[in-house]
Write a new protein. Structure first.
Length: 139
């Protein structure tokens, strides 16, 4: 059995996507994560998933933080905005590609949709293994 002093500190995270208002499911998740962390002397963090640049809005970010404030759920550290780390994410992706630990997928959105529909019709999970390994021909 692990002694309390050797147990790692609990850190929970709420990661809303700012594409609309805070909804009941998001509020429930934030509340659960907050209470779980606080009940174990841990930290409650917020990471805003703002990588969908077309749908993420400042108004939605404000609405989410207004909702959390109304619920009196405050993060223990400054919130992190995921898009602000985009350069680091690209750097890691390039490292993975160079090591052969990742691959580029050139499947079009239309083809991905067709594959998803087929997998759904066959009652199986869409697998990306074997995805297109080279860019489509430009000739």
């Amino acid at each position: 059995m692990t002694s309390p002093s050797s147990t790692p500190a609990v850190v929970t995270r709420f990661a809303p996507s700012p594409t609309g208002s805070l909804h009941i499911g998001g509020a429930r998740t934030a509340l659960f994560n907050y209470l779980y962390a606080k009940g174990r002397n841990g930290k409650f963090l917020i990471r805003v998933e703002d990588t969908d640049r077309e749908r993420s809005t400042d108004e939605a970010v404000k609405a989410i933080f207004d909702g959390l404030s109304w619920l009196e759920l405050f993060a223990d550290e400054e919130p992190i905005f995921q898009f602000s780390r985009a350069d680091r994410h690209r750097e890691v992706v390039n490292e993975l590609l160079e090591r052969g630990a990742a691959y580029r997928d050139f499947t079009s959105a239309e083809e991905t949709g067709r594959l998803r529909d087929l997998a759904k019709a066959e009652r199986r999970t869409l697998s990306r293994r074997g995805a297109t390994a080279s860019p489509p021909s430009t000739t």
